[in-house]
Design a protein around this ligand. Structure first.
Ligand code: EPU
Length: 417
């Protein structure tokens, strides 16, 4: 298990470039099985979730090379095989093989997906969607067996706009006869990214990024390519760092529309920044106002930035409240934040109070989940003294080249085994 050791309070300046979005890339790689030949995915981040997905692709007899940020994929000899637990539990996104393999072969067998322990995370909306397209879903021990002689497109309404279910049903619908319409679809940018790959393969998809997506099934796909969008959560994480300890920190790879909710919140609490083309310049803000923040589905404030934002609000002048509406167990980072000197109280299952400003002091902490780990990393970078983060492999699941990027802008961090 690796450990990150941080010497805090070094000012961050210079320029960093945001990597490709984890949550796009982890869907695009499974989607590539829908190609009948070769595909390329540009700007793919070097993160452990991608390493495990490549292992699944290799198990399915696909060739994947990850070179200089591009995935070169050859699915021409693909074989349908059960995906075992030791691979499926390594990440949430293994479930995208359900939709993709169901569309391609009419059958998929895989163990339960994994992912951060931040709540119950059921996949009932995915399963209901597969069934509505005509698939039979069985759960035997801890394995899903999903089969369909024929998938038939239809109109499907989601009770909740789930990101994963939207992408999974889009993938499955490519193998269905006729048109599938998803009503109350999720609108996150990652869905647009996946749709653009499918369109590039020759599949007709319209409406991605809105509440109504239409997919016309076809197995006649071509070779294809796609570029992964910059990661809006990594972007937000570095923006938060810039607001806390930056000096003219330049963050390159900004897509303003993808981070609008964060930018408006920063405006509200008095954080100044400048955006020119795709680059933001940001410096430490000495007068942060407290706020009320509620996580929502896109275009609302992203839950994945809630924990990094908690660290920011420990430095605000007064009491902030965070309401987490997506996950019921996403405040675990606050235990260690408090050990570092923050004052946070969990008021109810989904409401957190943060009393600022509080000086943070380095100590030994544990990353319990990816974004919780990021919130401790930010805390360590602004704290006095040394912070050691244990179990930091969970952070590498979502942030590529972390040490190199942070070191290049002046942070003092070491990673040890
Ligand atoms: N939900 C259900 N039933 C379902 C699906 C979802 O009840 O069938 C609930 C979940 O339990 C959760 C909410 O709906 O409370 C949102 O779930 P969603 O399906 O939208 O999320 P996801 O697809 O599991 C993706 C990201 C998460 C991110 C969420 C929300 C990936 C691999 N993961 O998860 O990313 O928090 O969307 O934006 O794309 C992260 O990067 O740290 C991370 C957790």
């Amino acid at each position: 298990m690796s450990k990150i050791r941080i010497e805090g309070q070094h000012v961050l300046s210079g320029e960093i470039k945001i990597g490709g979005a984890k949550n796009s890339a982890v869907a695009l790689l499974p989607a590539s099985v829908l190609c009948n030949g070769k595909s390329q995915i540009y700007n793919t981040p070097e993160i452990t979730d991608i390493d495990y997905l490549i292992k699944i692709m290799e198990l399915l007899n696909c060739k994947v090379e990850h070179k200089d940020g591009t995935l070169y994929i050859d699915t021409s000899k693909i074989e349908n095989k059960p995906i075992p637990e030791e691979l499926s539990v390594q990440m949430r996104a293994s479930y995208y093989f359900m939709g993709a393999l169901l569309a391609k072969f009419g059958r998929v067998e895989m163990s339960f997906p994994g992912g951060c322990n931040i709540g119950a995370r059921p996949i009932d909306i995915h399963i209901k969607g597969f069934e509505e397209l005509g698939a039979k879903v069985e759960i035997i021990k801890n394995r899903y067996i999903i089969t369909a002689d024929k998938l038939v497109g239809k109109k499907i309404y989601f009770d909740f706009p789930s990101v994963g279910a939207t992408i999974n049903i889009m993938l499955a619908a490519t193998g269905a006869e006729g048109t599938t319409i998803i009503e109350n679809a999720a609108m996150e940018p990652e869905i647009v990214n996946v749709a653009s790959f499918l369109i590039n393969m020759g599949i007709k998809v319209t409406g991605a990024g809105t509440k109504r997506i239409e997919i016309e099934g076809t197995k006649e796909t071509t070779d294809a390519f796609v570029e992964v969008f910059p990661d809006r959560i990594e972007t937000g994480t570095f923006i938060i760092l810039g607001a806390l300890i930056g000096k003219n920190l330049k963050i390159k790879g900004i897509i303003k529309t993808h981070i609008e909710a964060l930018l408006l919140k920063l405006d509200e609490i008095g954080i100044k920044y400048k955006i020119e083309n795709d680059t933001m310049t940001i410096s430490k803000c000495n007068n942060i106002s407290p706020t009320y923040l509620k996580t929502l589905t896109y275009p609302g404030f992203p839950t994945d930035l809630q924990q990094p934002m908690t660290t920011l609000l420990t430095q605000a002048n007064g009491k902030s409240i965070i309401e987490e509406t997506l996950y019921e167990n996403r405040f675990k980072n606050t235990y260690d934040l408090n050990r570092m000197g923050a004052i946070t109280n969990i008021l109810t299952l989904n409401k957190l109070e943060i009393k600022g400003p509080k000086k943070l002091k380095g100590t030994n902490v544990i990353a319990t989940d990816l974004r919780g780990g990021a919130s401790l990393l930010i805390a360590g970078l602004i704290a006095e003294g040394i912070t050691e983060i244990d179990n930091c492999d969970v952070i590498f699941r979502g942030y590529s080249d972390l040490k190199a990027k942070l070191t290049s802008i002046g942070a003092k961090i070491e990673i040890t085994e």
